[in-house]
Design a protein around this ligand. Sequence first.
Ligand code: ZN
Length: 217
Amino acid sequence: MADYEAFKNEVLSSARWLCDNGFFGAKLGSGGNVSLYMRAENLIVITPSRKPYHKLSINDICVIDPQLNLIEGHLPPSMESAMHAGVYKSRSDVKAVVHTHQMFASVLAVIKQPIPALFDEITYEIGAEVAVIPYALSGSAALVDNVVSGLQNGCRCYIIQNHGALCLGADLAEAMHNAELLEKTAQAYFYALCSGREISRLPDDAVQRLLSMRKQS
Ligand SMILES: [Zn+2]
């Protein structure tokens, strides 16, 4: 049996942190999922399906190949495994995927509201606009198609209509940080929309500057 313990530990500790901090919507549930792509091995380490996060142990974490065959593990992998595999296939800059049901991104998911560029650090870290990926049933091939089609703008976060969020990173720490940044900007934007006042967006030249700095880093 191959030794993927370090990668499994990283996935487990990240999933627990996200769960404990409310990013999965229910602290006692199994919603949301976390994965890491081991590019050298061409394998994906991913949380299992339907087991509550507070009961997960390292032996429950799955290792699958890009065709979703189970390489290691005794539980079925996340029902969104095909979505994670689709992200890794279409975005070579991504090595970690965090799919959350976080609150304020979920609010924007039910009003189908993309987030424009509002803050320097978030535009730099995430991209110019957090787009809304059209709804399809959880775990369906249609949802994978919608996600893969939506990834081409190079952004690091997406809202999934009537579902939650998808946060990407060059590693798991970055994907989780992007989930935090997304929640901050979604919350600020929602409250700003509720105020009925004019929304102040970043000037276009500032957005272009931030995006070019991001490409150079
Ligand atoms: Zn979900």
